[in-house]
Design a protein around this ligand. Structure first.
Ligand code: NAD
Ligand code: MG
Length: 401
């Protein structure tokens, strides 16, 4: 059965949120190989208008949306005469995501991806979820929205796609533990004393993966893996103590699932996001993908080590957030996003990101919603806003010394 046949013989209607980013471009690479199989509904971006308009035209999308309202005149001009609609702003993003579609790629970076993802699920679309922040900030709400609309969420983060694949045909009751691997990021070979002086440029190069700048820096700080711990708990519904992180410098095994009989199923593949994207695109089928085939004989050996918790404070904080539950995830993610902005802007040093996040969580721990159930978007948005404000205040206090 082809993808087109799955949608009842017609091309599948798909939207790509965050089309101009690293995941968005990899998604476009896959669908552009099979243009007759897809009808593109919406593509969205933020500041890269030339890319957004070019992709909208090449894919013959119905609508292109930029998050940046000031960029709307440029987008309109670039699409003039094409018949493609142009729109801008948060509500336009959510409207575009809610247009009838079979499959929606959620690849906006940050908590900004949550509302459009919920809108896509509310329309019944299958949500291919690269935006891990949606699960970290509002996992229970996202999963409940999917259930209420009989919609699927498919993981696109490589580790979570790996776990999802290893679980095919298995019963969650037979799962003892889930192990997600971490490359160790840009600083895995740096002495711990040197980390305080790490620059934005140092942190922006990943040893194995080619990704957007924010997730690359989050990989160096292990904040990416800490988000992924929470993502694992929320998506697979597994107890925090049964989720482990394993440093694996080669990034070839993406995750392992340990079962009650002692067997472990590992997912092995080249570090190429088109694998996880393609798996979600064709699920429940497995189809040919243009990714590198591994020659393990030539690779020779794979290495593993436990993460050093004294070096990676972010992992310790993620464990606390998982234990707390409620809106702690929204506070954690927002404080992380604001601290990352601060690091990129030169306001704070590399190690201060975790200090700011920890202090923000402490400051908000008495808030009435900190531990309350996550079942509404407005309380999540309030906690997000409060955590950004708190983190910003802590950053400015540090700058003033
Ligand atoms: P990126 O920075 O390359 O692209 C982000 C996209 O979001 C762009 O289209 C950008 O225009 C858009 N965007 C940025 N800010 C926005 C806002 N406020 N509102 C609406 N749109 C906005 O990021 P990426 O590396 O492609 O990552 C996208 C998501 O996928 C992130 O959640 C990331 O954690 C996740 N992810 C990425 C990878 C990877 O290999 N890049 C792997 C796993 C998970
Ligand atoms: Mg990942």
């Amino acid at each position: 059965m082809t993808s087109a046949a799955k949608a009842g013989g017609r091309p599948r209607r798909i939207s790509i949120l965050g089309a101009t980013g690293s995941i968005g471009q990899n998604t476009i690479d896959l669908i552009a190989r099979e243009p007759e199989a897809y009808e593109v509904v919406a593509v969205t971006g933020a500041r890269n208008i030339a890319q957004l308009a070019g992709d909208a035209i090449a894919l013959r999308a119905e609508i292109a949306v930029t998050a940046d309202e000031a960029a709307l005149p440029d987008l309109r001009a670039a699409l003039e005469g094409t018949g493609i609609a142009a729109a801008a702003g948060q509500s336009a993003l959510t409207e575009a995501a809610s247009r009838p579609a079979d499959w929606v790629m959620s690849a906006i970076v940050g908590a900004a991806g949550l509302a459009p993802g919920l809108a896509a699920l509310s329309g019944g679309a299958t949500l291919a979820l690269a935006n891990k922040e949606s699960l970290v900030t509002a996992g229970p709400l996202l999963m409940a929205t999917a259930r209420a609309h009989d919609a699927h969420v498919l993981p696109v983060d490589s580790e979570h796609s790996a776990v999802f694949q290893a679980l095919t045909g298995e019963d969650m009751g037979a799962v003892e533990r889930i192990i997600i691997t971490a490359s160790g990021g840009a600083f895995r070979d740096w002495p711990a004393e040197a980390l305080a002086g790490a620059t934005v440029q140092d942190a922006s190069t990943h040893p194995n993966w080619d990704m957007g700048q924010r997730i690359t820096i989050d990989s160096a700080s292990m904040f990416n893996k800490s988000l992924e711990l929470i993502e694992t708990k929320e998506f697979f519904g597994i107890a925090p103590e049964n989720i482990e992180v394993l440093v694996h410098p080669e990034s070839l095994i993406h995750a392992l699932v340990g079962f009650v009989d002692g067997a472990m199923m590992a997912h092995v593949g080249a570090p190429d996001m088109r694998h996880a994207i393609g798996y979600a695109l064709h699920w429940p089928e497995r189809r040919a993908l243009p990714v590198q085939r591994l020659d393990l004989g030539a690779i020779g050996q794979l290495n593993f080590a436990p993460p050093d918790p004294t070096r990676y404070r972010a992992l310790v904080l993620a464990r606390q957030v998982m234990e707390t539950g409620g809106h702690a995830g929204a506070a954690f993610n927002a404080a992380k996003e604001r601290s990352l902005d601060g690091f990129i802007a030169g306001e704070i040093g590399f190690l201060q990101m975790a200090e700011i996040v920890e202090a923000t969580l402490e400051a908000l721990s008495g808030h009435e919603d900190f531990t309350s159930a996550v079942d509404r978007l407005d309380t999540v948005a309030q906690m997000d806003h409060l955590a950004r404000r708190t983190a910003a205040k802590l950053i400015s206090e540090r700058i003033r010394g």
